[in-house]
Write a protein of this length. Structure first.
Length: 139
């Protein structure tokens, strides 16, 4: 399959427009004060108060985002307490596949998946899932 994909890329300069790649990232939640909320009245020659440095938020969510050469194809926030394992990632890929079929029907049978080498991405069950769904993987 890898040789087929490499040959496809060498023979068609537009083949990268059919590649969808994805990544996960932690998004920290902040509640910063607006400029108006943090403004203070003081006399012109009085010293300014020091503002506390903002620390990292304790509330965070994981964002899983898939994109192609044109922009974002599918994104979703992972529910609190959920971990990214092969079962959850298969469910995410199924939602991605359905979205591609619904929104880009002309690309539904020609797109290829590219993802990093995270353990849940390289699981044997993940490769079986992608093969069963007919989704080629770009190495």
């Amino acid at each position: 399959m890898c040789l087929d994909i490499l040959e496809r890329i060498q023979n068609d300069e537009n083949s990268f427009k059919y590649v969808i790649t994805g990544d996960e990232s932690w998004i920290l939640e902040y509640d910063p004060a607006t400029i108006q909320q943090s403004s203070e009245w003081h006399v012109s020659n009085s010293p300014r108060l020091k503002k506390a440095k903002m620390s990292k938020s304790k509330i965070k969510s994981m964002l899983i985002c898939f994109f192609d050469s044109q922009g974002v194809v599918h994104e979703e926030f992972m529910p609190q307490g959920q971990t990214v394992n092969k079962q959850y990632y298969c469910e995410v890929l199924e939602r991605l596949r359905k979205r591609v079929h619904r929104v880009w029907p002309e690309m539904a049978d020609t797109w290829m998946m590219h993802h990093d080498n995270a353990p849940c991405h390289n699981a044997i069950s993940m490769n079986k899932f992608l093969t069963k769904k007919g989704i080629p993987v770009v190495p």
